[in-house]
Design a protein around this ligand. Structure first.
Ligand SMILES: [Zn+2]
Length: 255
């Protein structure tokens, strides 16, 4: 095991265990005890990311490590955890109101996942000798499709105002991701965005507008519903100074 491997933060571990109802994630297994596995292995991603992690029993974990269950299948099992599953303990027949709040939280959490994936991609490219690291690319693409699915669900449940506000948030991330993906590796000596602060503020405003639209639909004041879930305090977003000189490669490189 790599010496620099960090411990899985408790809130994240809890989130993962709850995701599977404290059972092995393989639907036909469901055994205990439990271990947490990285789908794209730790030595390649060097980070703990909810969308890349899954709870398995030691038996399934070993089979996965030895290739008896391949990675695509494991991602599929992870996706299945997002679908309504009669075997999982879930609140019965949630009210439309509870369903909407849940969709909102899921949207926030998946946008956060996408944010982290794009940030990591930017960082990885800047510290790699050439091109996009494949594992980061895959995670970023997967996080984008997860985020899109959450956005669709929220748009569907929230009505027109919420839908257009959620699309605005999504669009902000989509344009950022496109900007990152569209760069040629040789162009990765970008030294920063002149409009960095306005750009970051746009994202914040988009989230604020969404929050207000959502509170209006729920007939609540904007402060009656937490802007983010309380648990977010325990796992704050890393403060990644995107686009600043500190992170972007500034030296000239000959390809
Ligand atoms: Zn199992």
């Amino acid at each position: 095991m790599a010496a620099n491997r960090t411990k899985v933060p408790r809130p994240l571990a809890r989130q993962l265990f709850v995701e599977t109802g404290h059972r092995c994630a393989i639907p036909t297994c469901r055994a205990t005890p439990l271990e947490i596995a990285h789908i794209v292995p730790w030595h390649r991603v060097q980070r703990h990311d909810f969308h890349n992690m899954i709870v398995l029993c030691p038996n399934c974990h070993t089979r996965f490590d030895r290739g008896g269950i391949d990675r695509q299948a494991m991602f599929r099992y992870k996706e299945l955890l997002r679908l309504p599953n009669p075997n999982r303990v879930a609140p019965e027949d949630p009210s439309p109101r509870a369903g909407l709040i849940r969709a909102y939280r899921l949207f926030q959490s998946d946008m956060t996942g996408w944010h982290k994936a794009i940030s990591e991609l930017v960082v990885a490219v800047n510290f790699s000798s050439g091109g996009f690291p494949t594992s980061n690319l895959k995670l970023a693409r997967r996080a984008a499709s997860v985020a899109r699915a959450s956005a669709d669900k929220l748009c569907e449940l929230g009505g027109e105002g919420v839908a257009s506000a959620a699309d605005r948030v999504f669009e902000w991330y989509r344009s950022w991701a496109s900007e990152v993906f569209d760069l040629e590796p040789s162009a990765f000596r970008v030294t920063g965005r002149d409009d960095f602060e306005d750009w970051a503020e746009e994202r914040f405003l988009a989230f604020v507008v969404l929050h207000e639209e959502l509170c209006a639909v729920l007939d609540m004041g904007p402060t009656e519903l937490d802007f983010f879930e309380a648990e977010r305090d325990e796992q704050e977003l890393p403060d990644v100074p995107l686009g600043t000189r500190g992170l972007w490669r500034t030296d000239e490189t000959d390809e």
